[in-house]
Design a binder for this molecule. Structure first.
Ligand SMILES: Cc1cc2nc3c(=O)[nH]c(=O)nc-3n(C[C@H](O)[C@H](O)[C@H](O)COP(=O)(O)OP(=O)(O)OC[C@H]3O[C@@H](n4cnc5c(N)ncnc54)[C@H](O)[C@@H]3O)c2cc1C
Length: 337
């Protein structure tokens, strides 16, 4: 039987990333529902350790050091490797935060183990097994490995977050001499210009396609109106903004159409695969390379002038054959009420 460890870190505020509580659910499933040992590193681990202890853990191991206040490969990897060694775990489950995704493979190598990433489901029946997608969510595979320790990076959003249930667990500090660092973070620069439009927690994904920037029935382009309508919808609905490749590519060609949109908004084969309960595509044709990014969107609707668009061919639950300019203006007015 494997011994299971949840490996996580506290965030800049000393709190716990939500993805860590999701990974805790995955770790418990691998332990057959039993509590697992938890390992945490950060500049301040007090609050995050208490939260994990309350959520039910065998014990909480911590490495706390001011140097861990900044994400840095050398110090993060040294702390994580010491925690894994101290735990003696054979299965190490970690949330795929940017910090852990960066050090995961290196720490697995230092521990003489193996790593698998993008874990979307786990099972403990007949030994540990994990499920992940390949080739942009077209092929699903279940894997087992003989090598230990086996590191598993769990995709955010794939498991429900474990709830704090009033549990208690001993908290033990692990000693480690962190390497001297040559780098310091001097500040942060966000690639998103203006507003934050990507909201993984939103119930609705609103996709804007290139149609918003095409000539309309009057033979004219109405970019300013399109921008106002899309922004208006986001403001009243709280939806996350996705885009087709064609729309964000226009920005790359110097024709910045929607100032609040970047390639990070792109959904699809060469973009993201977000997880929202519902999706609404507007002015987007619904071609396969785009729709493959909708793999995890359960309820899909689209507004398109073309009754023969891709969405109408079995890719959406409902297609409104209508002018998205008119539909979104009307919806915005109704939602504002
Ligand atoms: C290797 C490869 C990878 C790719 N990866 C991706 C990817 O990751 N993501 C992605 O999105 N694409 C990707 N593509 C491109 C993809 O094939 C399509 O070209 C792209 O999705 C089309 O974008 P669109 O639907 O916004 O634009 P268009 O194809 O130009 O469609 C615009 C749509 O808007 C509609 N429209 C216009 N005006 C209105 C109006 N007033 N009301 C309602 N509807 C209106 C039109 O009827 C039309 O259907 C990839 C392609 C390749 C070859």
């Amino acid at each position: 039987m494997d011994t299971v460890l949840l490996l996580a870190h506290s965030d800049a505020t000393g709190g716990l990333p939500k993805a860590a509580l999701e990974a805790l659910s995955a770790a418990r499933l691998l332990a057959g529902g039993a509590p697992v040992t938890v390992a945490l590193f950060g500049a301040d681990t007090t609050r995050a350790a208490a939260e994990l202890a309350a959520a039910g853990a065998v014990k909480v191991l911590t490495v706390t050091d001011p140097a861990l206040g900044q994400p840095r490969y050398a110090t993060d990897a040294a702390a994580a490797a010491a925690l894994v060694r101290a735990s003696g775990a054979t299965l190490v489950v970690a949330p795929a935060t940017s910090r852990l995704a960066r050090i995961g493979a290196g720490v697995a190598h230092r521990a003489g183990g193996r790593i698998d990433t993008h874990v979307a489901a786990v099972s403990s029946e007949g030994g540990a097994a994990v499920t992940r997608w390949y080739y942009r969510q077209r092929i699903e595979a279940t894997l087992r490995r003989a090598e230990r320790p086996w590191f598993l990076l769990v995709d955010p959003g794939a498991f429900p977050a474990a709830l704090a249930s009033g549990g208690t667990a001993p908290i033990e500090a692990v000693g480690v001499a962190l390497p001297a660092s040559r780098t310091a973070v001097s500040g942060e620069r966000s690639p998103v210009s203006g507003e934050q439009t990507i909201k993984p927690e939103a119930k609705l994904l609103f996709v804007a396609g290139a149609g918003w920037t095409k000539k309309q029935a009057d033979g004219q382009i109405h970019t300013a109106r399109a921008e106002a309508l899309v922004k208006g919808f986001l403001a009243v609905s709280g939806a996350s903004l996705g885009s087709s490749k064609s729309l964000v590519d226009q920005a790359g060609e110097g024709n910045k159409v929607f100032a609040f949109m970047t390639h990070l908004n792109q959904v699809g084969q060469t973009g993201s695969t977000p997880r929202h309960a519902k999706g609404l595509a507007t002015c987007c044709h619904g071609e396969e390379p785009h729709v493959v990014g909708w793999r995890f969107i359960n309820e899909r609707r689209a507004v398109n002038l073309d009754p023969n668009c891709g969405w109408a061919r079995g890719k959406a639950d409902v297609v409104y054959v209508a002018d998205a300019f008119e539909v979104v203006a009307k919806v915005n007015a109704l939602l504002k009420k």
